[in-house]
Design a protein around this ligand. Structure first.
Ligand SMILES: Nc1nc2c(c(=O)[nH]1)N[C@H]1C(S)=C(S)[C@@H](COP(=O)(O)OP(=O)(O)OC[C@H]3O[C@@H](n4cnc5c(=O)[nH]c(N)nc54)[C@H](O)[C@@H]3O)O[C@H]1N2
Ligand SMILES: Nc1nc2c(c(=O)[nH]1)N[C@H]1C(S)=C(S)[C@@H](COP(=O)(O)OP(=O)(O)OC[C@H]3O[C@@H](n4cnc5c(=O)[nH]c(N)nc54)[C@H](O)[C@@H]3O)O[C@H]1N2
Ligand code: SF4
Ligand SMILES: [Mo]
Length: 712
């Protein structure tokens, strides 16, 4: 046992005498866990009742940490491909030596920018993300990217540009909650308790989703929208709010610029017009606007579904503006601006001084400004086309792009054509199979990690998810540091171990890891909660006000107002393509057992959802002549997959939905990496066109490529 472990057990006030306390790092719920060990083996996992935020909640993934950590298919030895392309076991030191030599070789031959490093969802809000970015700066490549290339950042940019930050909904104290393309029951279930608490006190609930999710069944109003058209709905709601004078006049006068231009923009977006675009009945649009404005404080949860559309950024802008003009900014029960804790920066001066721009930097300058990273959705094409310059090597940490990035066939082709690919992983994924070196790392249970609750529910509290087990593997941090040392970059990584590095990060707060270890249940309050901070210091925008009209967008050649454009592929924008592909496809709605491409190999989770299914409305199915349980060939202009049909009344007719992350039926074979959101570069995973290939009259097999009648 290492020192840290003994310490932790000392602080545990858990139910089991010998249990250890940590937090689940799988999704953003950060649920506190009581874990009981016998020797090195986890024998019991329980949600920790004493924890101030999660209060004992735990989902099936958290409950399965013992299965995940102990899975028989975990990779535990580094693997390198030999000349014949066969895997060979190597020691960690050998693997690091191979990687260092190849990276240096590529740098000498093509320049440092020929290396790209991507940190996926498993590294978001994790410390190793920042160290790998530092590694890139030390090495000299601007090509560092993260899962923020398709997650969270589009709405964050919208919030920053509109009012200087991304606020978080305060469900628990709200009188009207809008779940807009967001399904916390599956994606962050511990937040459902806050929603229930507010409902118990009479809060209204509006769900905007093409599927009748479980929360929609219990809501006051469900708007079943055509995927990709949320921007039109937002403008029509603003139309009603303005026409019926339901907005906060005083706030608008004092704190916004561009309201007159907004009035002109939404003038033509009548509920009737929006009905023809969104398929939501106009009466429901009016009702939603009245409910939202008539029950303050109200909050809107802007889900990932809105970001993964070609008009996603502007849609998030329109909704952000709606929250502002109704006076719901920075108040309890509305949306709260909670700054993240100020930790020591790991940025280096070199960050600003690369000789070449990052991939995507020129095409998506505002994405680069607000994220500081490359836009990963452009990597595959950059690799294959050598533009704007050759990309020859990649390091992927905590990501499985073959199953999660748009246009998977192109991603595969691109990775296969790299000179050198390294993947750090827990499992041999579809992406790791393409690598030259696969480096196994420890799980979150084997490292100390910060937990920051500001982005979850607006609490300015920093806590710790302590290391509770020893795994005979390096952590991601150790991998990064050891690689840097091997490459002669040790001066940039002066911390001897993770604890020292974490303590360095905490210095500006005047605390250390022990402070956090002593407050595992409540966290360290790094700031007092304060409402309406703008009264003191204005909004953190150029004008100090809410920028309905954005000069910054205008300067960059984007529309300064939150305009609506049809999805790049849709019955309206591409009617000819729609004749060939007459179904509207949305992909990737979260389900409770899985985290993106993870955990299909975990028996208790697989039991909950044994296979990927295509959701089809009975009308659509009967038009297409397909049956429940049937295996069909689903096609988009990019590719095709086999998937089993599930007929359900819960989905809008004419729309079909598939989960993502399955190698058996990879949704991202179908998604598009070309018509990206023009401002953020996000992919339109939630709205594109597809068709089901008819079966051959003679053999019964699916036939690709035939036209079908419209299913609506
Ligand atoms: N269990 C689990 N939890 C997760 C994750 C996971 O993989 N598994 N991933 C985490 C991550 S990285 C993220 S980003 C979050 C995302 O979590 P959320 O933001 O809650 O998003 P989803 O649950 O993916 O999708 C919400 C809903 O959007 C609907 N939808 C689809 N297309 C559209 C559309 O065009 N418009 C509208 N209005 N709705 C649409 C879907 O039917 C779905 O019910 O979840 C996080 N939590
Ligand atoms: N069609 C479609 N595609 C989507 C989406 C969608 O809605 N629809 N959603 C998108 C969104 S929002 C996101 S965030 C992305 C997520 O996509 P990815 O970033 O690819 O995330 P995961 O699939 O969770 O892959 C994480 C990998 O990291 C490994 N891993 C787990 N823990 C660790 C660790 O501590 N260290 C290391 N090195 N590895 C670890 C896991 O085994 C897993 O293989 O998917 C996107 N793709
Ligand atoms: S909701 Fe589940 S996966 Fe997410 S943090 Fe909590 S236990 Fe972990
Ligand atoms: Mo995400």
């Amino acid at each position: 046992m290492r020192k840290g472990m003994k310490k932790n057990s000392g602080y545990s006030k858990a139910v089991f005498a010998d249990s250890l306390v940590t937090s689940c790092e799988i999704c953003n719920g950060l649920c506190a866990l009581d874990i009981r060990l016998r020797g090195k083996k986890i024998i019991k996992v329980k949600g920790r009742e004493e924890h101030a935020v999660s209060r004992g909640y735990i989902c099936p993934k958290g409950l399965a940490v013992d299965e995940i950590v102990g899975a028989p298919d975990r990779i535990r030895t580094p693997l390198a491909k030999n000349r014949g392309g066969r895997w060979q076991e190597v020691t960690p030191a050998e693997a690091i030596k191979i990687i260092a030599e190849r990276f240096n070789f590529i740098k000498a031959k093509y320049g440092a920018e020929a290396l790209a490093v991507h940190v996926g969802r498993a590294g978001i809000n994790k410390e190793f993300k920042y160290y790998l970015k530092r590694f890139c700066a030390a090495f000299g490549t601007p090509n560092f990217s993260t899962a923020e290339s398709h997650c969270h950042l589009s709405k964050k940019m919208a919030g920053e540009i509109t009012y200087g930050g991304l606020p978080v909904p305060d469900f628990a104290h709200s009188r009207c909650i809008v779940l807009w393309g967001s399904n916390p029951a599956a994606s962050c279930p511990q937040l459902m308790r806050d929603i229930k608490q507010a409902r118990g006190k009479g809060a209204r609930l509006i769900v905007i989703d093409p599927r009748e999710i479980s929360t929609a069944k219990k809501s006051d109003l469900h708007l079943q929208i055509r995927p990709g058209t949320d921007g039109a709905l937002a403008l029509a709601m603003l139309h009603v709010l303005i026409k019926e004078k339901l907005f906060d006049k005083e706030f608008v006068e004092k704190w916004t610029i561009g309201f007159t231009e907004l009035v002109a923009l939404v003038d033509k977006f009548t509920p009737e017009k929006a009905e023809s675009i969104t398929w939501v009945p106009s009466e429901k649009i009016v009702e939603a606007a009245r409910l939202y404005a008539g029950n303050s404080p109200a909050c809107i949860s802007i889900g990932i579904a809105l970001e993964l559309q070609t008009n996603g950024f502007q849609t998030a802008r329109a909704i952000s503006i709606m929250q502002a003009v109704c006076g719901n900014l920075d108040i309890s029960g509305g949306v709260l601006f909670t700054p993240a804790p100020k930790l020591s920066s790991l940025k280096m001066e070199k960050d600003e001084a690369f000789s070449k721009p990052a991939v995507g930097q020129e095409k998506y300058p505002l994405f680069f400004k607000y994220n500081g990273n490359a836009q990963a959705n452009m990597f595959a094409r950059a690799i294959l086309e050598g533009k704007p310059y050759p990309l020859k090597a990649m390091l992927l940490a905590g990501s499985n792009p073959v199953l999660t990035w748009p246009n998977a066939e192109r991603v595969k082709k691109a990775f296969s054509s790299l000179d050198f690919l390294v993947v750090t992983e827990n499992f041999m994924t579809e992406t790791a199979k393409l690598a030259d070196v696969v480096f196994p790392v420890g799980t979150f249970l084997s490292r100390d990690e910060f937990c920051d609750f500001s982005g979850l529910n607006g609490l300015p509290r920093l806590s710790l998810s302590p290391k509770i087990i020893d795994e005979p593997l390096m952590t991601d941090w150790e991998f990064c540091r050891n690689l840097a040392v091997e490459m002669g970059l040790e001066q940039f990584f002066p911390w001897r171990d993770e604890v020292e590095a974490l303590n360095y990060r905490l210095e500006p707060l005047g605390i250390n890891l022990d402070t956090l270890r002593h407050s595992l249940d409540h966290g360290y309050e790094y700031k007092k909660t304060e409402e309406k901070k703008y009264l003191k210091s204005g909004f953190q925008t150029e004008s100090g006000k809410v920028e309905i009209y954005s000069k910054e967008l205008e300067r960059h050649g984007y529309d300064p107002l939150p305009v609506y454009h049809e999805p790049a592929e849709s019955p309206v924008s591409t009617p000819e393509l729609f004749r060939e592909y007459p179904l509207i496809l949305t992909s990737g709605a979260r389900t409770l057992p899985y985290m993106h491409s993870r955990f299909h190999n975990i028996p208790s989770l697989r039991k909950l959802e044994p296979e990927p299914e295509l959701e089809v409305h009975p009308h659509t199915a009967s038009n297409l002549g397909i049956e429940d349980g049937e295996l069909v060939l689903l096609e988009s202009p990019r590719g095709r997959i086999n998937i089993k049909v599930r007929i359900t009344e819960d989905i809008l007719p004419g729309v079909i939905a598939i989960p993502h992350g399955w190698d058996e039926a990879n949704a991202n074979v179908l998604t598009d990496d070309e018509a990206l959101d023009p401002v953020s570069g996000f992919p339109p995973d939630r709205s594109y066109l597809g068709r089901i290939a008819p079966r051959c009259k003679f053999c019964g097999e699916s036939e690709a490529g035939n036209n079908l009648p419209s299913p609506r």
